[in-house]
Design a protein around this ligand. Structure first.
Ligand SMILES: Nc1ncnc2c1ncn2[C@@H]1O[C@H](COP(=O)(O)OP(=O)(O)O)[C@@H](O)[C@H]1O
Ligand SMILES: [Mg+2]
Length: 256
């Protein structure tokens, strides 16, 4: 479903991503881990079109998407979430879902002048979809609350569901449990598995070792922009190079 070959990105003299190749098969959950600053978020920015790569090729569903802009890639079914949550704090939970992130405001405005009925129908359908999704995500009871008043774990979940509204084939999640309290981490895990059952493929960046190791079928490990290991979670946890990279960060200990 996703195939990255020889991906490279430099910032000034720094090689943030260095000749990286990886693959994500349809219907799987794949982890991308590595110490702080190892280039994980940059990889997501490259794949989703937010940054341009200096070298390499990105294929999604058999199509070359290298260099395409983010909204085009999103429309093809590849969406990402951000390390920093990006819900609209002053909107309600429901409103956050009906304002689909990939919508072009200009187009919507012209459409509403030219085809008012079609737009109205479209909005109605979107509203129904949003309510169904809120039920699925156990956020239905909170649909009229302002997003900023939700506990952080639920804001993260809302952000996840906002991305689901765009009907993605693959989701790139950048640290979905960062800052999330422990009971909510377990919830996040459940919803990701439920979405996987609905046919969504995942590539997940995580700091929370137990979480990512428990969910992923395959894990890639980055260090200083380079792929230092890949394998099943148990293989990766035993890999001396990985332990070395994490030494002193205390993160690996939490996984075993
Ligand atoms: N927009 C940018 N401009 C300059 N340097 C950047 C930029 N984005 C990331 N970097 C650098 O690239 C390296 C990798 O960062 P990042 O991809 O955020 O790592 P991670 O997500 O693994 O913590 C870091 O050294 C970071 O400072
Ligand atoms: Mg990051």
């Amino acid at each position: 479903m996703l195939k990255v070959t020889g991906l490279t990105k430099e910032f000034g003299g720094l090689r943030a991503v260095d000749d990286l190749s990886l693959e994500v098969k349809e219907g799987t959950i794949v982890g991308l881990i590595g110490p702080n600053g190892s280039g994980k978020s940059t990889v997501f920015n490259l794949i989703s079109g937010f940054y341009r790569c200096d070298a390499g090729r990105i294929e999604f569903s058999g199509k070359d998407i290298t260099g395409l802009p983010p909204h085009v890639i999103a429309r093809m079914g590849l969406v990402r979430t951000f390390q920093q949550t990006r819900v609209f704090p002053e909107m309600t939970v429901f409103e956050n879902l009906v304002v689909a992130p990939q919508d072009n405001v200009g187009e919507g405005f012209i459409d509403s002048l030219l085809f008012p009925r079609a737009v109205k129908e479209d909005q109605k359908k979107k509203g129904e979809e949003a309510l169904a999704l809120l039920r699925f995500a156990d956020l239905y009871e909170k649909r009229d609350e302002l997003a900023k008043n939700l506990p952080y774990g639920e804001q993260k979940r809302l952000e996840l569901m906002r991305a689901v509204m765009t009907r993605p084939k693959i989701m790139l999640l950048d640290e979905p449990t960062a800052g999330v309290a422990r009971p909510q981490v377990e919830k996040m895990r459940e919803y990701i598995l439920k979405l996987k059952d609905q046919g969504i493929t995942f590539l997940i960046i995580e700091h929370h070792m137990k979480f990512v190791m428990g969910l992923s079928e395959w894990v890639y490990v980055l260090d200083h922009g380079q792929l230092i290991a890949q394998g099943t979670p148990s293989e990766v946890q035993k890999n001396p190079k990985v332990i070395e990279a994490y030494l002193g960060t205390g993160r690996m200990a939490a996984a075993v």
